[in-house]
Design a protein around this ligand. Sequence first.
Ligand code: GLA
Length: 391
Amino acid sequence: MSDFQDLVSATVNAFRDRFGVDPIWLVAAPGRVNLIGEHIDYNDGFVMPMAIDRYVVIAGGPFDGAAANLYSVNLEDAAAIPIDADSRPEAMHWTNYVRGVIAISAANGLDVPGMNAVVNSNVPTGGGLSSSAALEVATATLLEAVTGTTMDPVEKALLSQQAEHEFAGVPCGIMDQFSSVLCKQNHVLLLDCRSQTFEQVPFINEDISVLITNSGVKHSLADGEYALRRKQCEDAAAALETGSLRDVTLEDLMGRKDDMDELVFRRGHHVITEIARTVSAAQAMKSGQWERLGQLMYESHESLSKDFEVSCKELDLLVDLAKKTEGVLGSRMTGGGFGGCTVSLVKTAQLDSIMTAIATGYSAATGIQPAMFATKPSEGAHALSMASTVS
Ligand code: GLA
């Protein structure tokens, strides 16, 4: 059985154990890895994520009352939350993501009935792979199943993002929730974060794999620094007398370098060059220029580390080790930064030796054994039929 089928079966069994009946609704929403276009979504530019084959799965059934009775398999925690358009988040609780999507959907006029639900996930948490977006989008997908409605995909992603803002207090851009909703198997998502339009770019090449390596660290300054980066990008745009860095060329920026604060200049430099790199990366993928795509990923990391300063010594080390390892085409930090994961483009034939080389070098220097896995561009959020499950 695949990991995914195992996860689904475990979720169905946990529902039976907890509620004594079979679930009626079954949904899944994936985490994502961003190949390139980092800290760009809130700058109106292009990003190029793909869904990973790691999912949040929710099994649900009816409950006669205005509440959702939730159980998390991972946390072994049960909680009842109200179905109420006015409900507010509780301090630092995993149910806030579910609560947020339910409250906002109800406020938007969706008639949400009571339900029992079991949540299960194999998306690593705290690693920059969007485990929270996967939970929000899985909840929205569950609400579609429960109410027999279909949300517009963009509205569904925006609703999930709103839940992250208002119920988790994270001022994220649109990339993570859009990825979890819209990504397609065997494709990356080239998303224009300004127009919120997208292109599915095929990524089918058995010779090339995507390797995710978890540094195993998460530096505590991550949250405050994210909001600070957003502010510094606004400062860069203001210094260039534009509403958005998307509208500025590298020549415009270089022409104003001497008038600009040095740090604000570097933040702008990352954004402007990263938008261009992402457009080039999409071209490289479309024409099968894998070495070129890998090179752009290395350049992206350099820019995130030096200009944008969202990397850390552990992520830099992983990328340096990747660079020295035969069969690696490119590597970079992925997600918000300050720890979490790197994403590497590697030759499938050398996957095992690459994993050994990077893990050995990293644990020798840090004492941390990094979790690593190869992944494929996977399918975005979807409902599953109970008949497809193996118990
Ligand atoms: C986090 C946010 C995203 C995006 C990335 C950086 O994952 O949730 O919206 O800004 O950081 O690219």
